[in-house]
Design a protein around this ligand. Structure first.
Ligand SMILES: NC(=O)c1ccc[n+]([C@@H]2O[C@H](COP(=O)([O-])OP(=O)(O)OC[C@H]3O[C@@H](n4cnc5c(N)ncnc54)[C@H](OP(=O)(O)O)[C@@H]3O)[C@@H](O)[C@H]2O)c1
Length: 335
């Protein structure tokens, strides 16, 4: 018997911002399960900026481009509804990367069993998952924080950024965040940031950061790149550490437009810049990280920030809003 699945597909590659017309919801027939495979009814989906890189024919990323007309992949959480392996049983909760569809199936090795009972499952798509771990590895492993230091976070009202701000405060750092608009600026202060910048307000970002962190910065969590990276270089104290998480400001345009004025500071301030992919180089630390993060959440030190939509049909809207700054925290789609 073939099962039916509704899945979002990319039907045209965006040149610039992704729009509703680049995507279509299609019905697919899934084959019967093979040995060691499972089928999952998805409960929670999410999208992230790196998916934009995969919408181009030639990616500058570490994953291949999405195939046109085929289901797109993304992180998801679901419940096992059929299983041909003893490793997973019907009713188990699992996390996987075959999302953006109502049902997913494949080899059980690609589905991580989640504790049940345990933390609310959607936290695994946010603070307890890739988002939280990106903030944590950037701050703890790359940033190597020391008492009394100052950290700057760009994209600070976003998923990774809002988590980094709160971990920074849990560790006792002075935290400066940057986000677009006055509402988001106030949100950063509400999350505990010591100073917050609206990067969209008039004036050079370099001056705004200098005013927000007159003592300079020791750690920078870079989610944005471009002008934010340049301003952070200008503000860096000697031996600052820059954790290069991502560069969302360049995902919809040619990075050649970035003009950097302060690159020489890398030499004069002896700055260390390091790109990182937590799931490539830090997999072994995921378990201890989750224990630490869950204890912060239970103690109220980290409040996972998220925006929830109900219904599979919202996926293209959420992708559009992701690049327009239309929401805060991690986008979660409940189906
Ligand atoms: N290294 C890794 O393994 C890894 C894993 C996950 C994510 N990342 C990276 O981390 C960064 C943040 O990811 P996320 O999932 O937390 O997404 P996110 O920050 O929640 O992304 C959405 C936000 O980005 C901001 N934004 C969009 N376009 C912008 C622009 N041109 N300039 C400045 N800000 C812009 C918007 O906020 P405003 O309203 O404030 O502009 C928007 O709300 C991304 O660069 C992503 O690629 C890396």
């Amino acid at each position: 018997m073939a099962w039916k699945t509704r899945a979002w597909t990319l039907i045209d590659r965006p040149d610039g911002l992704p729009k509703r017309e680049h995507f279509a919801l299609h019905d697919f027939d899934d084959p019967p399960l093979c040995e060691a495979e499972v089928r999952v009814r998805n409960l929670w989906l999410t999208v992230g900026p790196a998916m934009r890189v995969r919408m181009s024919a030639q990616t500058r990323g570490y994953l291949p481009p999405f195939a046109l007309g085929r289901p797109m992949e993304g992180w998801a959480i679901g419940e096992v509804v059929a299983s041909k392996t003893q490793a997973l049983a019907e009713g188990d909760l699992v996390m996987h990367q075959h999302g953006l569809r109502d049902y997913s199936q494949g080899p059980a090795a690609g589905f991580e069993k989640l504790p049940k009972p345990g933390p609310p499952p959607h936290h695994y798509l946010n603070a307890l998952g890739s988002t939280g771990y990106t903030a944590y590895v950037g701050l703890l492993h790359i940033g190597e924080p020391r008492p009394g230091e100052t950290m700057f976070v760009s994209g600070a009202a976003g998923a990774v950024g809002s988590t980094a701000v709160q971990i920074g405060k849990a560790l006792g750092l002075t935290v400066v965040g940057s986000a677009g608009g006055e509402t988001k600026r106030r949100l950063l202060l509400d999350l505990g940031a010591d100073a917050a910048i609206d990067y969209r307000s008039p004036g050079p970002l370099t001056e705004k950061l200098a005013a927000a962190a007159p003592q300079g910065i020791d750690i920078y969590i870079d989610n944005v790149g471009g002008e934010h990276l340049d301003a952070a270089l200008a503000a860096a104290r000697p031996h600052a550490r820059f954790a290069m998480s991502g560069m969302i400001s360049s995902y919809n345009r040619d990075q050649a437009r970035d003009v950097m004025h302060h690159l020489n500071r890398i030499v004069t301030q002896r700055i260390r810049l390091q790109g990182y992919l937590p799931f490539a180089d830090h997999v072994e630390g995921l378990g201890p990280f989750r224990e630490q993060m869950w204890s912060w959440i239970e103690a109220g030190r980290v409040r996972p920030l998220q925006t929830i939509w109900d219904g599979l049909e919202h996926v293209p809207t959420v992708i559009e809003e992701l690049f327009a700054g239309g929401f805060t925290g991690k986008p979660l789609i409940r189906i």
